[in-house]
Each structure stands twice: as C-alpha cells, then as structure tokens.
Design a protein around this ligand. Structure first.
Ligand SMILES: NC(=O)C1=CN([C@@H]2O[C@H](COP(=O)(O)OP(=O)(O)OC[C@H]3O[C@@H](n4cnc5c(N)ncnc54)[C@H](OP(=O)(O)O)[C@@H]3O)[C@@H](O)[C@H]2O)C=CC1
Ligand SMILES: CC1=C(/C=C/C(C)=C/C=C/C(C)=C/C=O)C(C)(C)CCC1
Length: 322
C-alpha cells in the first residue's frame, strides 16, 4: 500500500480507517475487520468517545499475533474541551493512551483550532465555546512538542487549520506540523490549502473523503459527491463503486485518505480502492467537479463568527453549507 513521507522522515500509510460516529458495539468489530483485511492506519480522536473499544481490539490483535504495534499507524487528536492549560492537554493525551492501551501514538493532532470549556456536555457544546486564540494554540503546541520529546507520540500535527491559522502557529512552533487533516473530497478539493501545505512540508490528510453522507448536519438537497454523474460514470467504466472512485481520486492526488465505515463489505470495498488506477483524463474530469463546498462548517465552535471568518475564506472563498 502506498505511503506518504512526513517531515519527520517517517511514513504514514496513505489509506486508513476513520472512526468518527462509529458507535461503541460496532467500532471494535470495524477495526478488527479492517486490520485483518490489511488496513494499517486507524484515525481516532478523544472526541469520538470510542477509543476504549478500539484499544480493546488492538490488544486482542496484538496478543493473537495478527499485527505488531510497530506495523500500525495510530493517530489521535486533542479534545477541544482540554486546550486551556498544560494539565488539560496532558490529560487528553494520557486519557487517549490509556483507552487505546498504547505506550505511544504515531501522530497526535490538535483536533481543531477552537477551544471549548472543560466539562461542557458535548450535546451543549455551543454553551461552552471559548473560541480561537492564537496564544492558546501556541502554548498547546509547546506542550505537544514536549510529548514528542517524551516519546509519547512520534509526530504532531494539526486539523481544521486554514493557511492563516497555520501561519500563526508557525510563528512560534519549534516543530513544523507533520500533517494538516482537513475536509477534502471531490466537491471541496482545497487546492490552495494543499499547495500551501506542500510548500511548508506539511502532509495533507483528507477527511470525509466520501462527503460524510451520515454527518449530523446533513440536509435534504445538499450536494452528494458519491452521486455526482462524473463519479458514477468513471465508476461504471471501471466496474468500481462511486466510493472507490472518490477514494482513488484523492490517493492518486498524493493525499492521505481516511474513509470511515462500520460495514464489513464497505470496509473491504474501500480498501480495494487502493488498487484502482484512474487515467489522466479521469483525474482531469474529477478535478473539474470541485464546488468549493464545505460540508462540516464548524460554526458551532464560533457562533459569533461567520463561516467565512471561521475558515479565513478570503483564502479560498469556500461555498459553505450552513
Ligand atoms: N479532524 C476532523 O475534524 C474530522 C476528521 N474526520 C475523520 O475522517 C473520517 C472519515 O470522514 P467521515 O466524516 O466519517 O465521512 P466519510 O466521507 O468517510 O463517509 C463515511 C460514511 O460513508 C459511508 N460509507 C463508507 N464506505 C462506503 C461505501 N463504500 N459506499 C457507500 N457508503 C459508504 C459510511 O457508512 P457505514 O459506516 O454505515 O458503512 C459513513 O456513513 C472520520 O471517521 C474521522 O476519522 C472526519 C470529520 C472531521
Ligand atoms: C452543534 C451540535 C452538535 C455538535 C457537533 C459537533 C461539534 C461535531 C463535531 C464533529 C467533529 C469534530 C468531527 C470530526 O472529527 C451536536 C452535538 C451534534 C448536537 C447538535 C448541535
């Protein structure tokens, strides 16, 4: 399977399994199916509230000799509720390592540049929002640099950072982020952010590569990337599924891609997309369907800001679904 070389010198498998909204009772099974089938990269987060079940299944697979820790690439992310001080940031990582039953992560990301008050119930998130503060991010980053020094994570990175917010971070960072994980699919191709990340040596990770069809804020009439005529046409030419075309498009663009599924047949189907080779012509027609359409606005993290302000939209003038 192809991989991307990070600015640390390590490689990240270009294809991995997402676990957001993978419910307890299903996420462990999904991770087990995935690893047995050949996945070697799992994308986790404190916020997903399912890391304990992922940890149990990893332990089981290690004990059975199915896979070794060093052959897996495990990412997790700092909770937005635990960003206000060094103790909270350390608590988030420690809690994740305990739940995943691991000594170290391969990659630890700031989940998003916005913070929320510790203890806020997730369902009342809007009541606990603090916002985006460059100074807070700078000190979170300093703490995370300490995690690398202590061997608690091999690399650190960011998620949901615009060019402006990344530039702010780079003013004080001693370690350049290894990765920026952001929404990216055929309807939000993020070419400008991709170019910027490349220029800084930051690898680009595409989340919601299938257009996150079951996201909590989905509305009737929203554009559906897997139903795009160009995607469907290319899929039928290859005897492939639209999901496979969406994944192959991003992989062939040199990105890291982490589709989520808890359905056995889809977990396997998505893995097979790593073998699908699209022609230059097909890549060109997929590049042409970009709508600059953001599906996860993150506005709940900054209700006082417009969605354009949240994403520093002058950078990309994204059309955003509210
Ligand atoms: N850093 C961040 O802020 C974010 C990170 N992420 C990460 O990226 C991962 C992927 O993004 P996500 O938003 O989950 O969305 P995806 O674009 O990966 O879509 C997942 C959805 O598509 C369905 N699906 C999966 N495979 C297929 C297929 N072959 N055919 C048809 N439908 C399919 C899944 O259903 P089912 O499971 O029922 O099979 C699920 O409902 C997340 O799980 C998470 O790890 C995502 C959002 C934000
Ligand atoms: C506003 C809001 C919600 C918040 C959703 C959030 C904050 C989702 C964050 C998703 C992330 C960060 C995903 C990927 O990594 C709830 C709880 C659904 C309830 C309804 C209102």
């Amino acid at each position: 399977m192809s991989s991307v070389t990070l600015n640390t010198g390590a490689s990240i498998p270009a294809f991995g399994l997402g676990t957001w909204q993978s419910p307890k009772g299903a996420v462990g099974k999904a991770v087990e199916i995935a690893i047995r089938a050949g996945y070697r990269h799992i994308d986790c987060a404190h916020l997903y509230e399912n890391e304990d079940e992922v940890g149990e299944v990893l332990q089981k697979l290690f004990k059975e000799g199915v896979v070794k820790r060093e052959d897996l690439y495990i990412t997790s992310k700092l909770s937005c509720f635990l960003m206000s001080n060094k103790e909270d940031v350390t608590e988030s990582l420690t809690d994740t390592l305990t739940k995943l039953q691991l000594d170290y992560l391969d990659l630890y990301l700031i989940h998003c540049p916005f913070a929320a008050k510790k203890g806020t119930p997730f369902m009342k998130l809007q009541e606990g929002i603090i916002g985006y503060f460059p100074d807070m991010i700078a000190s979170v980053w300093e703490t995370m640099e300490g995690f690398v020094a202590k061997g608690l994570t091999k690399a650190i990175g960011i998620s949901n950072f615009s060019i402006t917010k990344t530039e702010n971070l780079l003013k004080t960072a001693k370690i350049v982020p290894a990765v920026n994980q952001v929404e990216c699919h055929a309807y939000l191709q993020q070419t400008k952010l991709q170019q910027y990340c490349k220029s800084k040596g930051i690898a680009f990770e595409a989340y919601s590569p299938l257009g996150s069809p079951a996201r909590f804020n989905v509305q009737p009439g929203d554009p559906v990337v897997m139903e795009d005529p160009a995607v469907k046409e290319i899929a039928s030419k290859h005897g492939a599924s639209p999901a496979q075309v969406c994944i192959a498009f991003l992989l062939q663009s040199g990105l890291v891609v982490i589709p989520k599924s808890v359905t056995e047949s889809r977990i396997i189907e998505n893995l097979k997309a790593t073998e699908l080779v699209l022609t230059d012509e097909e890549m060109k027609s997929l590049r042409a369907i970009d709508k600059n359409c953001r599906l996860l606005s993150f506005q709940w993290f900054a209700p006082d800001k417009t969605v354009d302000q949240i994403w520093d939209a002058s950078e990309d003038e994204a059309f955003v679904l509210q």
